[in-house]
Every structure is written in structure tokens, then in C-alpha cells.
Design a protein around this ligand. Structure first.
Ligand code: MG
Ligand code: ZN
Length: 223
């Protein structure tokens, strides 16, 4: 039986909205949209984009907490995690988002203390913040992201596991080509179709749970 390492995106995949976007829309000083446009045009990577945008935040910790506490999660995520663990497989959250938001959202929804890797949000003053990226790896990942999801995929495969990526968007594009199978939401579906990557489209973790028996029987095909 295949042994899977599941790498799971957070924003837009576990959470139903993107925490960074939510915070910028609520507390971003003028200028953060122009930085976003530079990123969308491909002139800067997501790491530089997010570092500059987080420097535009003007919010107290209490204000951030209140906004983060309004972010919801996929109601079937906890059951999916339980099913993965019941198979003896492992699941990590790999996110190009904010560690502070992920920790708070997981705790508020009483989700298990999952291993997660993300950018590190640091408070530098009463209303100022900066972003550190302890998991960046410009040399192995073309996406110039704050967190190199590809490095996590390579590590799991080196340990002999099959790697499943679950994600929804641009921060998952690069890694989607470096795993055995993808559960794709939203923009990631189109990307997987265009690049002929082995995947199934999912609307959420209800669909993902139904696919678990097929993972157990998985035979490598294209990769
Ligand atoms: Mg996402
Ligand atoms: Zn990559």
C-alpha cells in the first residue's frame, strides 16, 4: 500500500479566505495594491511582494486578531486529517502565508496541532509588522516564494513516500509539478490541466475524503 505524505496549502484551501489579503484589505496603507500588481505582472516574486505588503500594515495586534478571528475554515478539514492519520500517513501544512494567522485559526477551530510551515510575522512596533521567510529557497524553486513548497516535496519523496499536494492557487503551481498527485481547487485546476499534471479537481475536503481509498490503491503512472 502506498505511504503518503500530504502537503496541504492553507489560505483558500483549509481557510475559506486568504488571511494576508483580508488583513491588507482591512489595514493596508496606500501602496499595497501597487505591490500586488508588480507581483501579478511577474516583476517580483511572492516573497518580496509579501515583505513589502506586510510593511504596509497599520494595525494593532488586537485589530489583527479580530480580523483573523472572522476567517472560517472548510468544515470537513478536521475529518480529512483524522482519516489521513488513521491510514498512518502524515499531513503538514505548507503555506506561503502567515504563521501567526494559521496558528490562531487552527486553535480557534480546535483543529489538531498539525505541523505547519509558513512565513513568520513579527511585530516591530505598536502598529508595525515585518515578515521573515525562514523556509525560502531561491535556488531550488522558480517561484521566488517566501516558502519553497518544492523543498518539502523533495524531502518527502527522498524518504520514500508518495506526495500528495492539496492547494488552490498560485503558491501551489510550482510544487504541483514535483509531486505524485494533486487535489486541486480553483486556479490550480486550470494550471494542472494546462501542464498535464496528475490531479483531480475538488471543491473542498468533503471531496478529498472520498478520494482517500483511491490513494491507498495508487499506482504511479505518469511520473
Ligand atoms: Mg492558497
Ligand atoms: Zn518550487
Amino acid at each position: 500500500m502506498a505511504v503518503w505524505s500530504v502537503l496541504c496549502d492553507f489560505d483558500g484551501t483549509v481557510s475559506t479566505s486568504d488571511a494576508t489579503d483580508t488583513l491588507l484589505e482591512a489595514f493596508g496603507k496606500p501602496g499595497w495594491q501597487e505591490i500586488e500588481a508588480e507581483w501579478l505582472a511577474g516583476r517580483i516574486g511572492s516573497r518580496v511582494c509579501m515583505q513589502q505588503q506586510i510593511a504596509c500594515l497599520d494595525a494593532s495586534k488586537e485589530e489583527l486578531d479580530e480580523a483573523i478571528d472572522a476567517i472560517d475554515v472548510d468544515g470537513a478539514f478536521a475529518a480529512f486529517v483524522d482519516a489521513i492519520i488513521a491510514h498512518g500517513w502524515e499531513l503538514s501544512i505548507v503555506s506561503d502565508g502567515l504563521d501567526y494567522a494559521i496558528r490562531r485559526i487552527l486553535q480557534r477551530h480546535r483543529l489538531p496541532a498539525l505541523p505547519f510551515y509558513a512565513n513568520h510575522l513579527v511585530q516591530t512596533g505598536a502598529r508595525t509588522w515585518k515578515l521573515d521567510s525562514p523556509y525560502a529557497a531561491d535556488t531550488t524553486c522558480y517561484s521566488a516564494s517566501g516558502l519553497c513548497k518544492c523543498a518539502f516535496a523533495h524531502r518527502a519523496r527522498a524518504a520514500g513516500n508518495k506526495v500528495l499536494m492539496i492547494g488552490d492557487g498560485r503558491s501551489d503551481f510550482c510544487v504541483a509539478g514535483n509531486v505524485d498527485f494533486v487535489f486541486a481547487k480553483n486556479n490550480l485546476i486550470t494550471y494542472c490541466v494546462d501542464k498535464c499534471l496528475p490531479h483531480i479537481p475538488v471543491f473542498g475536503f468533503d471531496d478529498a475524503i472520498r478520494m482517500i481509498p483511491e490513494l491507498a490503491e495508487f499506482e504511479p503512472t505518469l511520473i
